[in-house]
Write a protein that binds this ligand. Structure first.
Ligand code: ZN
Length: 284
């Protein structure tokens, strides 16, 4: 029992620190119907946690009928939320990490694992700021140009590396260029991938997009602005901090807010949401 005392003291200090930082967090933690003390302390000590959507405010995606990882490109919800996903990892901008941490913005990183190189700490800082590290292959090939074994190597070895470096093996995969075939989904499943996450809109930050120019924004459906549940693709490129501020400005202007996509994906998809009960659910 004695061994536990210092841990509890530390937890207390952390909780006070969090409380001093914001009343809403304190109120949420001390509600009568809230989680157990253990769960609360666990959440404080873990990486940053993002709010879960209210039950009934969204429709969980359907599992794939063929038993392979399902492909998701937008979340069905009426809430004015969008999901920011950032790919590759070619640049290491300290100001961007600071911005994400300061503004408390949920993002999801799809890391091309060769970009970890000597910059492992950068993505550790991103992870601690609240961005899980998911799989975007080792070397960013067009997966459809590779045979099944080469595809498997790209996914499995990237997951091995990210798991070893950041303490959690990826369960969500984004194919480079959004290009994949059935062999990719098969390879994904064999490597422990539970879903493929594509996107419904792209912010061409730091580059030019077809018809939208430099730093342009384009929806996959050709429409304008954001729609509830949009998954937005961005990249780690030069100038990301400034570009990200621009994106946050657009989101606010249109009355939306960024949310954590992993909290809208059931556990059977590699997310944090509970799986639907009954025959449709595939609980672990
Ligand atoms: Zn990419």
């Amino acid at each position: 029992m004695r061994a536990k005392m210092p841990v509890i003291a530390t937890v207390g200090a952390v909780v006070l620190g969090v409380a001093a930082g914001g009343w809403p967090a304190l109120a949420a933690q001390t509600g009568d119907s809230g989680p157990s003390a253990e769960a609360r302390f666990g959440a404080v000590l873990a990486d940053r946690q993002w709010p879960a959507p209210a039950p009934g405010s969204w429709t969980p995606p359907e599992p794939a009928k063929d038993g392979l990882p399902p492909v998701v490109s937008q979340i069905k919800t009426q809430d004015r939320v969008v999901f920011l996903t950032i790919d590759d990892g070619y640049t290491y901008d300290a100001e961007f990490v600071n911005l994400v941490r300061r503004e408390k913005v949920p993002i999801l990183t799809f890391l091309t694992s060769r970009y970890i190189r000597g910059e492992g700490q950068y993505f550790l800082a991103m992870r601690n700021a609240g961005s899980p590290m998911e799989n975007h292959t080792i070397s960013h090939p067009d997966m459809k140009s590779l045979g099944p074994e080469a595809q498997k190597k790209e996914i499995c070895e990237s997951s091995d590396k990210i798991g070893a470096q950041y303490g959690r093996r990826p369960e969500i995969f984004r194919p480079p260029f959004g290009s994949f075939n059935e062999a990719t989904r098969r390879a994904g499943k064999e490597c422990g991938i539970k879903s493929f996450l594509l996107w419904s809109a792209e912010y061409y930050n730091g580059t030019s997009g077809p018809g939208v120019g430099f730093n342009g924004f384009a929806r996959g459906d050709g429409g304008k602005g954001f729609k509830p549940g949009d998954i937005i693709l961005m990249h780690y490129r030069t100038g990301l901090a400034g570009q990200f501020k621009t994106m946050l400005g657009w989101i606010k202007q249109q009355g939306f807010r960024p949310a954590a996509v992993q909290n809208y994906l059931p556990r059977s998809f590699g997310g944090n949401a509970p799986d639907a009960p009954g025959p449709a659910g595939t609980p672990e």
